[in-house]
Design a binder for this molecule. Structure first.
Ligand code: ZN
Length: 546
């Protein structure tokens, strides 16, 4: 085998190739095998190699107590055989032969994964059979030259480890939403870190939109950008989610898109195959399951999910007497008194009124529209909504008690029964900036908070309802570049904000603006007036005070 390596080294044509040969010279078998006719070629290369070896003198000081420095590590002749464009670290880190996930190496020449690097291992055999020599251990992030089996130490490989495992310093994390920098993939295509295409492997558009909208939630995303926040967590769902978020935000990707393969695998396993790659599901179900699962798995560490998304709603519930007994029930009958309870939510559901029934000669192509405020009236604490159980009838009233910094709203437009899913096509009209929710909250009289929100992400369903029928895409706002983008799997296109309200919005993410600073001269009475002020008045607190 040594002979084979030596021959290959010569073929590489690198002047450093001789360095490898020098090592083998000590091995009589290798020396014998290389033989006379090769001697000249190697001899000429030797000079260059010798220079390279003698140069780093300072390290000699350490030699007394440390193992002799392997000069091959610093002069590997195969670095220029690496093909960065074939590298793809988005897939499960399994050996392509044994399917094991232990001790897996990526061949940096063809991109395939192989196990082991010692004699007779898959990676070792691959290097001999295919003449591929540079490998990366996907766990330790160390590079090796096989079959010689020495570590390669070279700063020029740092982009590969970063591509595999992007990392973000506190400063970079803090600057992400402010940055306007455009990155370039290896093929020269431009992309904005954090708003990149996500591969649709089979039917995972419903996963991709969830990833895109969560990337726009600053504190939640930033939590996962800093690996230290999940140090010690061994759960594959948490780890693969964090890894994917970091890849989505990496400024140094080789490609302008990312494959969510490992994360999907973790979702499929953790959900016991409720969510699959090959079958479209509802992004709302996934989002709800994901937030809940991440919260449970992270609970011991952090409460980032609840800190970011949790709100509280007060529910007043009253049982109605059966119609035929209405007159028989006393007014103070305890069974029919109003009961109050509180409920936490991570996603606020909004009901869309049923579309008007046509058949009266009206144009069937008219799509009904409804203002978002009308849907929010569900939470005014006055409107009663009827609920039926199999034997009882209830009315409920809702009032928001607290709202999170990031409010996820769900427009309930799908109704499922045993046979099919129906979609309510009603378009919800909403302002994308300065949505004031103060009126739906139970606040202290002297609390001037406006609860003013801006839209940062919007999931749209297009086409027919039912698994595999229509498709989902996400519209997302990037603060740094102050632009809206529509992301549909691999495609990312800039859009005009005006187009957002025309789509059949399904899930929305709203970001709360900082409350205007309370001045020394408080003017609580003027605060409600601000709710009626023009939506785009930027210095709102000042305008409100006038
Ligand atoms: Zn290879």
């Amino acid at each position: 085998m040594d002979a084979a390596q030596t021959t290959k080294r010569k073929r590489s044509g690198s002047p450093l190739a001789a360095e490898g040969k020098k090592q083998h010279a000590a091995d009589p078998a290798a020396a014998g095998a290389t033989g006379g006719e090769d001697a000249n070629a190697e001899g000429s290369a030797d000079a260059g190699g010798a220079e390279a070896i003698e140069e780093p003198l300072p390290l000699k000081k350490k030699m007394g107590r440390k193992a002799k420095r392997d000069e091959r590590s610093y002069n590997c002749p195969y670095l220029d055989t690496i093909k960065r464009h074939v590298l793809d670290f988005d897939f499960e880190k399994l050996c392509s032969v044994t399917m094991s996930n232990q001790n897996v190496y990526a061949c940096l020449v063809c991109g395939k994964y192989f196990q082991g690097r010692g004699l007779d291992t898959q990676a070792n055999t691959h290097s001999l059979m295919c003449d591929h020599h540079v490998f990366l251990n996907l766990e330790t992030l160390k590079f090796y030259c096989l079959p010689d089996n020495y570590e390669i130490i070279d700063t020029s490989l740092e982009d590969i480890t970063y591509y595999l495992q992007p990392s973000f310093s506190k400063e970079i994390v803090a600057s992400i939403d402010k940055g306007t920098s455009i990155s370039r993939a290896l093929d020269g295509t431009a992309y904005i870190p954090g708003v990149v295409g996500v591969n649709n492997i089979k039917a995972n558009d419903y996963v991709n939109v969830v990833l895109q909208i969560l990337c726009r939630v600053t504190p939640f995303r930033n939590f996962f950008l800093d690996e230290r926040n999940v140090s010690g967590v061994k759960d594959p769902l948490v780890l693969s989610f964090g890894e994917l978020i970091r890849k989505l935000c990496s400024p140094r990707n080789f490609k302008n898109h990312v494959s969510p393969h490992e994360f999907l695998q973790a979702v499929t396993n953790a959900s016991k195959r409720r969510f699959k790659i090959i079958e479209q599901s509802d992004p709302l179900d996934l989002l709800s399951w994901l937030l809940d699962t991440l919260h449970r798995k992270l609970k011991k560490k952090k409460r980032v999910v609840h800190d970011t998304f949790k709100g509280t709603v007060k529910i007043s519930k009253r049982k109605l007497p059966p119609t035929d007994q209405k007159d028989l029930v006393a007014d103070d009958d305890p069974e029919y008194q109003e009961q109050e309870s509180e409920s936490q939510f991570l996603i606020l559901p909004l009901d869309v009124p049923p579309p008007p029934l046509f058949g009266d000669g009206l144009d069937h192509n008219i799509i009904p529209q409804v203002p978002l405020f009308e849907l929010l009236n569900k939470f005014d604490g006055v409107n009663e909504k009827e609920y039926k159980t199999h034997k009882d009838l209830f009315v409920k009233k809702f009032r928001l008690k607290s709202l999170p910094d990031y409010l996820i709203v769900h427009v309930s437009r799908f109704t499922k029964n045993n046979f099919y899913t129906e979609k309510n096509p009603t378009i919800v009209n909403f302002p994308i900036k300065n949505l004031i929710l103060r009126d739906y909250l139970e606040l202290a009289d002297d609390d001037p908070s406006l609860f003013r929100y801006d839209l940062v992400a919007n999931v749209v369903h297009e086409g027919k309802p039912g698994a595999g029928e229509g498709n989902y895409f996400a519209q997302v706002y990037h603060k740094g570049v102050n632009k809206w983008f529509q992301t549909q799997d691999l495609h990312v296109d800039e859009i005009l904000p005006e187009t957002i309200t025309l789509a059949t919005s399904y899930i929305q993410v709203w970001e709360r603006q900082p409350e205007p600073e309370v001045t020394d001269a408080p003017a609580p009475e003027t605060a409600p007036a601000a709710a009626d002020a023009p939506m785009d008045a930027t210095p709102a607190p000042v305008a409100a005070a006038e």
